[in-house]
Design a protein. Structure first.
Length: 428
């Protein structure tokens, strides 16, 4: 039996997985040309980026912003929820989903995940509904679709909008519809690690001209881009620049043109890359079928294409003779397979909610009365177990490899299972 790489043996994989992100020479030339032209040239690549990205997602309108966090904040503002309205959200997300809710003057209410998909469970959403529910945020964790049919049904029954956090989900689909284009508004990040990397920035898409016009207004103070959007789409054209004088309590969250210049050529590649990530993900899931103790998250039939921003595994230490998850991850990395522990704590356990130095007490006046949501006792055992014991993620570039790469992942896992006893001295 081969010695494990962590114990001094040879790794299963000796060559790197594909690089990510990749900005080609044409993007880099376009970037330097743009920088030399200054930010405020007549041609605004952000308008082209917004329109091309929205069209690629099957949505009518797009608004480019300076981050995914800003996209969530602006999207929530554009929904004009009441102060103190509750927004139901998964605890398995990045804190941006939660801080955006608070910064929009609303209250995050956590609903537990499905233990096999790690996405928000419709049954838990039902249980979290209250007379104060103002919206549901569906975070497509890792780029695999939430159960949108059930979520849309709950939202429509309650007359509340759905906002999609699609920061992990560019190009992924639900019943062949692109994620982000299903709810009232869909929000994206274009940070360098994301599946559509633009070196930074974010944006939202919507089919609703009213949400679009508001998002344009909340996203930027009186910038000429708002006039350009009106010229490009006809939406909001009843106002002219001369008639309008700061009509929104807006922020300065506009996308810088350099992000649009970097992001535009990436849109053309997204479809093929997403297809590869989905195909490889399904292949790897099939390979892992016979491995005890490492199970891929479930991809339901409605999740017709997974963006696999991260590919999620569920680890069971029992099947590895009690080998800790942290040691398993170190052993897999040593075998040449990039991986990490994923989210270590669910969002209802964020320090903010413990109010240790009074930060939460400073936030509540912005949302009205001290809300009913009790974070320390939030009932999300599946999310807690996922973070504490189970979750392991493979980064997006791994899923861009060949099928042979997926087979090497299986070989590395089987090698660790067979050689687990070698790792007693390496336990972390
Ligand atoms: C689920 C999720 N939502 C929102 C964001 C925020 O995006 P950004 O970092 O561009 O602000 C991220 C970023 O990683 C994310 O993972």
């Amino acid at each position: 039996m081969a010695t494990l790489a962590l114990a001094g043996g040879n790794p299963v994989r000796t060559t790197p997985f594909p690089e990510w992100p990749v900005y080609n020479e044409a993007s880099i030339d376009a970037l330097t040309t743009r920088l030399r032209a200054g930010d405020r040239g007549e041609e605004d690549p952000v308008i082209a980026f917004e329109q091309t990205f929205a069209e690629a997602c099957g949505a009518r309108y797009g608004v480019g912003l300076n981050s995914g966090t800003s996209a969530l904040e602006v999207g929530l503002q554009a929904l004009r929820l009441d102060r103190g309205a509750e927004v139901i959200v998964s605890p398995i997300t990045f804190f941006a989903s939660v801080s955006a809710i608070l910064n929009a003057g609303c209250v995050p209410v956590f609903a537990d995940i499905d233990p096999e998909t790690y996405n928000i469970a419709p049954r838990a959403i039902e249980a979290a509904l209250s007379s104060r529910t103002g919206a549901i945020m569906s975070v497509h964790f890792g780029g695999v679709s939430c159960d949108m049919e059930a979520i849309l049904a709950i939202a429509s029954r309650r007359g509340v909008p759905v906002i999609e956090d699609a920061a992990h989900a560019h190009g992924g689909t639900w019943k062949h519809r692109t994620l982000g284009s299903i709810g009232a508004v869909g929000c994206f990040s274009f940070g360098s690690s994301k599946n559509l990397p633009a070196g930074g920035g974010g944006g939202l898409i919507t089919d609703d001209p009213v949400i679009y016009e508001r998002a344009s207004g909340y996203g930027e103070l009186n910038h000429p881009r708002r006039q350009r959007r009106r010229a490009a789409t006809g939406v909001g054209s009843v106002h002219t620049a001369a008639q309008e004088f700061f009509p929104y309590a807006s922020g300065n969250r506009r996308m810088h043109p350099v992000h649009a210049v970097l992001g535009l050529p990436q849109i053309a590649q997204l479809d093929a890359q997403t297809q590869r990530r989905d195909t490889n993900g399904r292949y790897l899931t099939g390979l892992l079928d016979d491995v005890a103790g490492v199970v891929a998250r479930r991809q339901d039939s409605f999740a017709t294409r997974a963006a696999n921003h991260v590919y999620v595994l569920r680890y069971d230490a029992q099947a590895f003779g009690g080998l800790t998850r942290a040691t398993f991850v170190e052993a897999l990395k040593a075998e040449g397979i990039p991986c990490q522990l994923g989210y270590l704590r669910p969002m209802h356990h964020a320090d903010l909610f413990a109010d240790k130095d009074g930060e939460l007490s400073r936030v509540w006046p912005r949302v009205g009365e001290k809300p009913a949501a009790q974070y320390s006792t939030a009932d999300c055992p599946h999310a807690e177990r996922a973070c504490a014991d189970e979750m392991i993620t493979l980064p997006t570039n791994v899923l861009l490899d060949s099928t042979e790469g997926m087979e090497q992942i299986l070989s590395a896992i089987e090698k660790i299972q067979a050689g687990q006893h070698e790792l007693a001295a390496h336990s972390v």
